[in-house]
Ligand binder design. Structure first.
Ligand SMILES: [Zn+2]
Length: 334
């Protein structure tokens, strides 16, 4: 089965995990600064330090490690080469077309696999629920600063031709997604009315808050700069504020309309919802999930589709990356 290290490279930190082919052997949160803004060389040496941290925590020797799994936010190729115009956390020119996976493999002298962070989190959520069952299919939607997505179809994570499969945040919403009005929304990716333009913190700031503040001009959030106000919407909603609940209700309509599309494409066994919105107070989380469930126009046969919380928020990326390394680069079991 082998021994695998997972490294989740974020804008601020690297999250580290270790997988022995059966279970994860680092329980708590193991992380270090990613220093992404200091350029590719520093970033790769931080990833190597993350690898050393995994060895220290597991007492494994480097010679015992079969492979390393790396994940980071895209857009990034299926083989871990950053996009020609950089990517979310890699705007510096030194990163354009940079082979992040290749550089780490060279530095560690070990095989390294690559997944984007949405796909890694989706693979982990799927594994927790279904382990290696090759018949199961699931869709993950992570509502954070952006909208991270992933699809595991018949047990395998979908990667696509160039590695951009399951960029679900940038799938355009159907025209009738919002039954209570018309919201003109734009996304940072350049598209209008895609899922991320509504179901993300960025969507609240760019689109939902400006739309609803017109209806509630005296709301206390109207007096604040929009980026600060957007971060406070969840707290207000948890305290039952009418406008902020309407903002999240709009997100649940958008997610339900998107899930309807996913149900008709994949006929999945489960939908996982994760991200900051799900890490809120339990009562709010339940209200959010229930509103999604109640707004999906199911066919009778699919009406019992579980729409559930994605597990282990911040650790899911590293764990999914390690799982992928074990599947792609692990030694076959005889
Ligand atoms: Zn978009």
């Amino acid at each position: 089965m082998g021994k695998f290290v997972g490294l989740d490279l974020g804008g601020n930190s690297i999250n580290v995990t270790a997988f022995d082919g059966t279970s994860f052997v680092i329980e708590g949160m193991a992380e270090l600064p990613s220093l992404v803004s200091e350029g590719p060389e520093t970033c790769v040496s931080q990833l190597c330090a993350g690898f050393e941290l995994a060895l220290e925590l597991t007492k494994w020797k480097k010679s015992e490690i079969t492979a390393v799994g790396l994940d980071t936010p895209g857009p990034i190729s299926a083989d871990g080469v950053l996009c020609s115009k950089g990517a979310t956390n890699f705007s510096d020119k030194a990163y354009w077309n940079y082979d992040l996976r290749g550089a780490l493999a060279k530095a560690l002298h070990l095989p390294v696999s690559f997944l984007n962070d949405g796909n890694a989190a989706a693979l982990y959520a799927h594994w927790v629920q279904f382990k290696d069952d090759a018949d199961k299919t699931s869709v993950s939607l992570i509502v954070g600063t952006g909208l991270g997505g992933g699809v595991v179809a018949n047990g395998s994570v979908l990667i696509g031709k160039v590695g951009f499969a399951a960029e679900l945040g940038h799938v355009t919403l159907p025209g009738n997604w919002y039954p209570e009005g018309i919201i003109h929304a734009r996304c940072n990716c350049g598209k209008d009315n895609d899922l991320e333009s509504i179901a993300s913190l960025t969507g609240i700031e760019l689109n939902l808050l400006p739309y609803f503040l017109q209806k509630y001009p005296d709301h206390p959030l109207s007096a604040m700069p929009i980026n600060d106000a957007a971060k406070k919407v969840r707290g207000f909603a948890e305290r039952q504020d009418e406008m902020c609940l309407a903002i999240f209700r709009a997100q649940t309509y958008a997610l339900a309309a998107h899930i309807d599309q996913m149900v008709n494409v994949f006929d999945p066994d489960a939908i996982f919802i994760g991200g900051g919105v799900i890490e809120a107070k339990q009562e709010f989380r339940e209200w959010y999930l229930e509103n999604i469930r109640n707004s999906v126009p199911y066919r009778e046969e699919q009406a019992n589709l579980p729409i559930v919380v994605a597990p282990d928020g911040d650790r899911a990326g590293a764990r999914g990356a390690a799982l992928f390394a074990s599947r792609k680069l692990g030694k076959p079991v005889h």
